[in-house]
Design a protein around this ligand. Structure first.
Ligand code: NAD
Length: 353
């Protein structure tokens, strides 16, 4: 029998080529006057461009965001926001940059304007990851939800295929787990299926023809749906594993998601048949885990965990951590099962072969 709870999250979304031109107007619309513009060190030029567009509304730039938000960087960001008396944060970049904005907002409650340039989905969630003492913890608070998101596919044209592919599969992972989330509902499942379809169709084009703006827009649309699903419902074993591997072993976020996803889907294949059927349908395939593996391989992604410097012995610790306070999951989460999953990921085995 159909029964569910569905909580929508308030957010204003602007989507389309050239929409970054509305940045100043959007900051004014929030009633804020002193925007702190955030980016990673490597993408400072994006922050400078945003600050130029903001004119007198730009209070300063902090190009210090670091993947998985180490607590030291979060503290530095909070200090800079206080020093500049910032009343809003403009995060331009991927999940790393948006993560820093959330780390600051967690303390101050000031609004975030997110301008995502990857497909991580962080801009559509009230969730914040912080890494302290080698362990990544997440918090979920309404004030962390970016108030405004500007999706401008032109900003993603510079995203290299080697980054765009895994980033897109990271978004697909949100969709996959949204189907079998403990609090799944029909609306997020619609978004998830459409998100996988949009990403599955567009990512091979993005990688083959990086200057194809229509494909970039389609991928960003899929990422929005994926992020919205991620923000609305809880996640399962796959995300737990990726948090563990990312936070504790400092593995790259999207790349880890990409190689774990087919293995995590295979783990849940028998326990979540309806989800698997919808994933396969969205990808135009018959077996979801194999189709996820094939899509990622076609995008040129690295499918072996071993390549990222993780030693086989590390898999023991990773399995121990992953089963500590496990997320709800369709298939029972066992130490032996997770250890076997990690072994398959370490070798990069195609599910079903
Ligand atoms: P990222 O932000 O580190 O970006 C990945 C790479 O893309 C970087 O090298 C960056 O320089 C490059 N890049 C970004 N925009 C570019 C552009 N326009 N042109 C060229 N290169 C560009 O990585 P990510 O995968 O987007 O985000 C990962 C982080 O986000 C992790 O810390 C993860 O935990 C977090 N995250 C959080 C949530 C959430 O809901 N809280 C969701 C997803 C990811």
């Amino acid at each position: 029998m159909l029964a569910f709870t569905y909580q929508t999250l308030p957010q204003r979304v602007l989507f389309g080529p050239g929409r970054i031109a509305s940045l100043r107007e959007e900051v004014e619309r929030l009633g804020t006057r002193r925007a702190l513009v955030l980016s990673t060190p490597g993408k400072r030029a994006l922050a400078e461009d945003a600050a130029r567009r903001l004119g007198p509304l730009a209070a300063g730039i902090l190009a210090r965001a670091v993947m998985h938000v180490p607590i030291e960087i979060a503290r530095e960001g909070r200090e800079e926001a206080r020093r500049l008396e910032a009343d809003c944060y403009v995060a331009i970049g991927g999940g790393t940059t948006i993560g820093l904005a959330k780390a600051i907002a967690l303390e101050t409650g000031m609004p975030i304007v997110a301008i995502p340039t990857t497909y991580s989905g962080s801009e559509a969630t009230p969730v914040q990851g912080l890494t302290e003492g080698g362990v990544k913890r997440t918090v979920r608070e309404a004030k962390l939800m970016p108030r405004t998101v500007i999706y401008d596919p032109e900003l993603t044209l510079a995203l290299p295929p080697a980054v765009a592919g895994p980033s897109g599969v990271n978004a697909i992972a949100h969709c996959v787990e949204a189907f079998y989330a403990a609090d799944a509902n029909p609306i997020t499942s619609l978004m998830a299926e459409e998100g996988i379809r949009a990403l599955g169709e567009s990512l091979p084009v993005v990688v083959a023809r990086p200057d194809d703006l229509a494909a970039r827009a389609q991928a960003l649309y899929g990422a929005w749906l994926a992020g919205t699903a991620l923000g609305t419902v809880g996640m399962a074993l796959h995300h737990k594993l990726c948090h563990t591997l990312g936070g504790t072993f400092n593995l790259p976020h999207a790349e880890t998601h990409t190689l774990i996803l087919p293995q995590a889907a295979a783990y849940n294949r028998a326990a979540a048949p309806a989800a698997m059927a919808r994933i396969a349908r969205a990808l135009g395939a018959s077996d979801a885990p194999a189709a996820l593996f094939d899509l990622a391989s076609r995008l040129g992604a690295e499918m072996r965990l071993a390549t990222f410097g993780l030693r086989e012995a590390d898999l023991e610790r990773a399995a121990d951590l992953a089963i500590e306070s496990p997320y709800p999951n369709p298939a029972p989460v066992t130490r032996a099962g997770v250890r076997a999953l990690l072994q398959d990921a370490w070798h990069g085995r195609r599910p079903g072969d």
